[in-house]
Design a protein around this ligand. Structure first.
Ligand SMILES: Cc1ncc(COP(=O)(O)O)c(C=O)c1O
Length: 424
């Protein structure tokens, strides 16, 4: 029976049981971390061959390019071709850089502020107000970038097909709305794949701001952990066909394929945007780490190689996601006190507690020794209006620890729900 339908007496008894379970849980003195989407150690070990794949100085010169030296600002052609293949864009549309796509995103926004984008009348720093659309729940670090530049963050709801496009189409009539964050495939945290119609509507937007930018963070483009690779529309072509060739910057990296601390990141954009950006980036850098780019090309080879490598990750990740879902299916779903998604890729499971229970659940977990992503973090300014979203990141802990963490989480969700229900 659903807990929302129980009598006060039943709830009181259940709360007594839950308090006892929670005290037992605390007494175990757990020390677990389910807070960030980091690959586990076994996943990192999958790419150790990268350390030896480049073993002869003769390899360092590729197509006449000396990878040890300055030059090739946009990255070696083979690495750009690899990303182009994965993203379904042209090699000339790809800029391969250092290890972090997040810093490329930050840089893009920073350049909008300092110099303006290709179609900006003036740098954003000269404007009174800049607003940015933040589909929520979403990736806290995107929101943090926007917030750090002083933008006004506007939360847009998410549905099963991606951002609420009716709301987006309305909001972009405001000239101060300069852009939008998107994680189109296995969105962080909900694991949603944007529907074709959503992608089409985004590409067809006619914003009042001529320099509106879609920040298309395709971080999980080949990151299925269940089933085969799911092909996905190329946003550059969609925007070009819709007459908006310069409206989008796409980002990706090998962080969750090889090493997050030593991978390769890229952005992809129209050739006009590329020429504009290269001019600006050329002032800040002479070139990026081409040796690491080469290492990645030698190790991953091509899209087929990437997909095969992704399957190895999937083998390690699937049991972890299964562990989370089966704990929730068994202990939480029948009680009707939380709802959650069942993603087939990406790095997270998004869980909605009863309204008003996320912060309390987070606190109970913390006090029991399990760190989660802070409640609210998945919303602009860290404020979840319904206080119900929690992001579960199951990839880092070993499976044995994950079982303990999930046992604790189920206990905490129950206790927080009972406390809430008894308040009414
Ligand atoms: C949606 C999303 N984008 C970007 C990143 C970070 O990417 P990178 O390691 O390339 O900076 C993450 C990391 O968790 C992420 O979830």
């Amino acid at each position: 029976m659903k807990w929302t339908e129980l009598s006060k007496n039943d709830l009181l008894k259940l709360r007594g049981d839950a308090q006892k379970d929670y005290a037992d849980c605390v007494s175990k003195r757990l020390h677990l971390d389910m807070s960030r989407g980091k690959p586990g150690r076994e996943q990192l070990d999958l790419s150790n061959e990268m350390l030896s794949v480049l073993n002869d100085p003769a390899q360092l010169i590729i197509d006449g390019v000396e990878t040890r030296n300055y030059g090739e600002l946009g990255g070696i052609r083979q690495c750009r071709a690899l990303f182009a293949d994965i993203l379904g864009v042209k090699t000339e549309e790809v800029f391969a850089a250092g290890n972090s796509s997040l810093s490329l995103m930050y840089d893009t926004i920073a350049k909008a502020y300092t110099h303006g984008l290709l179609h900006s009348e003036k740098p954003w720093s000269k404007l009174n107000k800049v607003k940015f659309l933040c589909p929520s729940p979403g990736y806290d670090r995107h929101f943090a970038i926007s917030e750090s530049f002083g933008m006004e963050l506007i939360a847009v709801g998410m549905n099963e097909q991606g951002p609420d496009m009716d709301a987006v189409e309305e909001l972009i009539k405001d000239e101060a709305v300069k852009g939008m964050w998107c994680v189109p495939k296995y969105s962080n945290p909900e694991g949603i794949i944007y529907g074709d119609e959503t992608v089409r509507r985004i590409a067809c937007l006619k914003p009042a701001a001529k320099d509106f930018i879609v920040m298309w963070d395709n971080a999980y483009c080949v990151h299925e952990f269940e089933g085969d690779f799911v092909p996905f529309k190329d946003i550059l072509t969609e925007c070009r066909n819709a007459g908006n060739p310069d409206m989008v910057f796409e980002f990706a990296s090998t962080s969750k394929l090889t090493f997050p601390g030593a991978g390769v990141a890229c952005f992809a954009c129209s050739e006009a945007n590329m020429a504009y950006m290269k001019k600006l980036i050329g002032v800040q850098a002479i070139s990026y780490d081409k040796i690491n780019q080469l290492r990645h090309v030698l190790f991953l080879k091509n899209k087929q190689g990437v997909l095969e490598h992704a399957k190895k990750h999937a083998k390690l990740l699937k049991p972890k996601f299964d562990a989370v879902l089966s704990a929730l299916d068994e202990h939480i779903a029948p009680l009707g006190i939380a709802a959650y998604h069942r993603p087939k890729g990406g790095y997270f499971i998004s869980l909605n507690t009863l309204p008003g229970c996320a912060k309390r659940t987070y606190k109970l977990m913390k006090d029991a020794g399990v760190v989660m992503t802070e409640a609210g973090a998945t919303f602009p300014y860290g404020i979840d209006p319904k206080d119900q979203n929690l992001r579960i990141a199951p990839t880092l802990p070993p499976l044995s620890e994950l079982y303990s963490a999930m046992e604790a989480l189920c206990i905490c969700i129950k206790l927080a729900a009972l406390e809430k229900l008894l308040k009414f």
